[in-house]
Design a protein around this ligand. Structure first.
Ligand code: 1PR
Length: 552
């Protein structure tokens, strides 16, 4: 079997890439040291990276990888960079002004302009290629998964310079900024998107690179019109996420469950934990239905020690073997003390999940504690919270903050220190002023902290995305809390995932129509088999919203 070599400088999720390459029928050899003799003999090399540019390239230099990589490139053998692995081929990035890239591409990267759009760019975008040429079969009518805040932003001058330098490029557009989605010259190829997380479209590109071929797909005009990007959402499709709340039931089995306002026990005699199926099988089903992401939440994490909680690691390992879209895991991402008294910092707990195949971790309870400390320290972090340590090590894009708020009405804004607004839906006493109170431990304990305050602090501390649940709406099938979504969108620039309350495809449409939600998550309606993810996407498409439809 052909062996694919991957440079491993412990950045983010190598497991997904390994899984994708093995799925395509190759063996993988991780090159952990620049002295590894296998590196010189490699015939297919991949340079993957996530997170911070400086952290990644400094690591390459300090571990002595620069020379063997450059020797390999000069030898004319195929090399592919992915995400920050693409960025490392460039000369520099404004993300880390003192760090030097490998300078194979003479261009600098800079941050997206966040005045009109969420940054990071997280989601599924299209790539365009000049003329009829093919770049390892990157299909302009398919979608690819991007997650990044910095990019090789194109201007007429930089584009001309790239062409003059002999580079072929695939371009993507995020809002009004065009950037390099893929670049190729001779034996060097790199993608800003993650092929290993871009479902079938991405696996095809990876496979074409490994086989060194450049196929072209032909479409009818009707097919093209359905799949063409209209850039109405900054270039991204409407992202649909399937969420699995996971816990051990009273019989000791790990099951997918689902609550009503977070109560997951049946109302019938026996009061059992509602059992809706097996986590990996259900996740696989949603992937096949076209879910753009899958989220696993360990909802009893406040009781368990995560390291004892190996079933969740096992769930991820198994799911990541055949599910090639981003996987998020939440519940228990915090500093822990293991049963034998060993202290395990949150970033190591997160690392275990990343190494098992997770792309992002989601932090609930500890984000509330971190925000409380942030405000009591005069709006500054002390560098020790899980949001900060994980974001620093793996990048903001890997840190989701999961919020579990409840709506609280007040007579006037003076009654609370937290940010209020006037709701269109008065309470029984006719009050309209309200705020959203954060809870911890799965809604069991309320804190004097508003969702506005929590999300702002989380963003400042390094979170890259907000998973916005709503306890009042959870399991209600009555639609999302649209006011809450807009409230949080006004607070932060990072993407916001709307969650809680979806009962039919119309609710997703309503959220995308009435709010600036970056993604919508559903749970109960999928678990009960009332609708598939594909039903939601077809409904959105019928109403003029672009969605990713290439099924596996
Ligand atoms: O606090 O960092 O250990 O994380 C615990 C995580 O577990 C948090 O993300 C918290 O939201 C979640 N969680 C804890 N208890 C529950 C529960 O339900 N008893 N689930 C829980 C949160 C909300 C969503 C649900 C949506 C959509 N459940 O996961 O999927 O509300 O549901 P719907 O579409 O059926 O309405 P930590």
């Amino acid at each position: 079997m052909t062996v694919v070599h991957i440079i491993d400088v412990e950045s983010g999720n190598l497991q997904s890439l390994t899984n994708a390459i093995e799925y395509l029928g190759y063996d993988v050899h991780l090159v952990k040291s620049a002295d590894d003799p296998d590196l010189a003999n490699a015939s297919l090399l991949i340079l993957p990276g996530v997170g911070n540019f400086g952290h990644f390239v400094d690591n390459l230099y300090s571990r002595g990888f620069e020379k063997p990589i450059m020797d390999y490139v000069k030898g004319g053998k195929p090399i592919m960079g992915i995400c920050v692995g693409l960025q490392a081929l460039f000369s520099a990035s404004s993300e880390s002004p003192t760090s030097k890239g490998l300078e194979i591409v003479d261009m600098k990267l800079s941050r997206f302009d966040e005045s009109t759009k969420s940054v990071p760019e997280i989601g599924w975008n299209t790539c365009t290629i000049d003329g009829e040429q093919s770049l390892f079969g990157i299909d302009p009518f398919k979608r690819f998964y991007f997650v990044h805040s910095y990019a090789a932003i194109l201007t007429p001058e930089t584009e001309k310079k790239l062409h003059e330098g002999g580079w072929k490029i695939a371009k993507a557009r995020y809002g009004d900024e065009e950037f390099v989605a893929a670049v190729c010259r001779g034996n060097v190829f790199a993608t800003q998107f993650h092929p290993e997380k871009s479902s079938k479209a991405g696996l095809d590109v990876l496979d074409n690179f490994l086989k060194q071929r450049h196929p072209v797909t032909h479409y009818t005009d009707e097919e093209k019109s359905l799949a063409e990007n209209d850039y109405s959402n900054n270039g991204l499709t409407r992202r649909i996420i399937a969420c699995l709340d996971v816990r051990t039931n009273d019989q000791g089995d790990l099951v997918v469950t689902k609550g009503d306002q977070y109560d997951v026990r049946e109302k019938t005699s026996g009061n059992d934990v509602r059992n809706l199926g097996k986590p990996v099988e259900m996740a696989q089903k949603y992937y096949e239905q076209g879910a753009d992401e899958v989220t696993f939440l360990n909802i009893t994490s406040f009781r368990d020690c995560p390291l004892k909680d190996t079933p969740m690691l096992e769930v991820l390992k198994r799911a990541a073997q055949t599910i090639f879209v981003p996987l998020t895991v939440g519940g228990g991402i915090k500093d822990i003390v293991d049963l034998d008294g060993t202290k395990i910092p949150a970033h190591e707990v997160a690392n275990l999940y990343f190494r098992s195949g997770a792309d992002k971790v989601s932090i609930g309870t500890d984000a509330v504690y971190a925000a409380e400390n942030y405000y009591s320290n005069g709006c500054t972090g002390d560098g020790t919270s899980p949001i900060e340590t994980i974001s620093k090590a793996y990048g903001a894009q890997a840190v989701v903050v999961s919020v579990d708020p409840k709506k609280v009405y007040v007579n006037s804004p003076n009654e609370t220190k937290n940010k209020t607004f006037q709701s269109r839906f008065p309470d029984n006493e006719g009050r309209t002023w309200c705020w959203y109170q954060c809870t911890i431990k799965g809604g069991r304990e309320s804190r004097d902290l508003g969702v506005w305050e929590l999300t702002k602090a989380s963003e400042a501390l390094g979170a890259g995305e907000i998973l916005l649940n709503c306890i009042d709406k959870d399991g209600s099938n009555s639609g999302y809390d649209l006011e809450l979504i807009e409230h949080v969108k006004n607070a932060v620039k990072v993407p916001v995932i709307a969650s809680s309350g979806a009962g039919n495809p119309g609710h997703f449409k309503e959220a995308f129509e009435m709010t600036r939600a970056d993604a919508c998550l559903g749970a109960g309606m999928f678990h009960r088999g009332e609708y598939t993810v594909n039903d939601v996407k077809r409904h959105l498409l019928q109403h003029g919203f672009k969605v990713r439809l290439d099924q596996t």
